[in-house]
Design a protein around this ligand. Sequence first.
Ligand code: SF4
Length: 64
Amino acid sequence: MRVVIDGAKCSGYGTCNGVSSAIFKLDDWGYAYVDADEATLDAHADDVRRAARECPTDAIIVQE
Ligand code: SF4
């Protein structure tokens, strides 16, 4: 699994961080970035998919 955050769409709501703070980190301005290797993403796959579904701007792109 791979995950990309579309920085042009991310509006800093932080929902993804609330779903999985182990995967989705927030920078000083509240915008999300992914800090995890592929094995860690796979181990948190259900949370990654849930965060993508719940992101209000559809900024999280999951590549299975
Ligand atoms: S939930 Fe979406 S809009 Fe909010 S911080 Fe995460 S990626 Fe950005």
